[in-house]
Ligand binder design. Structure first.
Ligand code: CDP
Length: 223
């Protein structure tokens, strides 16, 4: 009789436009695991707030919306716009919004074989017991260049300096909030993708996951 293979939960955290989404998607394809982009949940709350005509800083309205929004009601492409990213980071600092989204994320992570989730607090708050945690980062300039390319691909033009300012502001807001700030979990491996291609970053990420998986199965003793 073979031993049961433990569920593989891969937590991928990191700042805006660090490449964590691309990496998480590729990891999910590589391991055949379901993938959740948790940033989209915060973007949905922001979109629902704006659609309902609320001020984006209205925490009471956001707390009300987070308990009843329908995940299927949004067009993903619209959610990825620049303004929604900014609005999402405002609602993401509200404790009622964060707590209102915890269960959806944990339920997703609890699937039989495991799952890949990317965000800001997956390794620290949502899945603190995940066997594999990556903290994906890159310099602000590299991230701004990547985001500019991504936005151009969507037909949204913006200057490099404007995007860099957005990224710095978002980093400060995400890292400075008191509830679940953006930071690497103590047992996360930091992966700086500034000088890596997607393929190189993927290979490095797989190597990290494999080491952690072996350690979790007791084949290696690594922390
Ligand atoms: O792709 P990008 O990194 O620009 O944004 P995202 O991952 O879609 O997240 C948008 C915003 O949601 C972030 O700036 C965070 O403020 C917030 N967020 C969060 O607080 N926690 C998460 N797990 C995911 C996103």
């Amino acid at each position: 009789m073979s031993a049961a293979i433990p569920a593989l939960v891969i937590a991928v955290d990191g700042p805006a436009a660090s490449g964590k989404g691309t990496l998480a998607r590729r990891l999910s394809a590589h391991y055949g695991l379901p993938y959740l982009d948790t940033g989209l949940l915060y973007r949905m709350v922001a979109r629902a707030m704006l659609d309902a005509g609320h001020d984006i800083r209205d925490a009471a309205a956001a707390g009300h919306i987070v308990s009843r929004f329908d995940q299927g009601a949004f067009d993903e492409d619209t959610l990825r716009g620049r303004e929604i990213g900014e609005a999402a980071s405002v609602v993401a600092a509200m404790p009622a919004v964060r707590s209102g989204l915890v269960e959806r994320q944990r339920r997703f992570a609890a699937q039989a074989d495991g799952a890949v989730l990317d965000g800001r607090d997956i390794g620290t708050v949502i899945c603190p017991d995940a066997p594999a945690k990556l903290f994906v980062t890159a310099t602000p300039e590299v991230r701004a260049a990547r985001r500019q390319k991504e936005l151009a691909g969507r037909g949204e033009s913006a200057t490099f300096d404007g995007i860099l300012a957005d990224i710095r502001r978002r980093d400060a807001r995400d890292s400075g909030r008191s509830d679940a700030p953006l930071k690497a979990a103590e047992d996360a491996v930091i992966l700086d993708t500034s000088a890596l291609t997607i393929e190189e970053a993927l290979a490095a990420a797989i190597a990290i996951v494999e080491r952690r998986r072996a350690a979790a199965q007791g084949l290696l003793t690594e922390r």
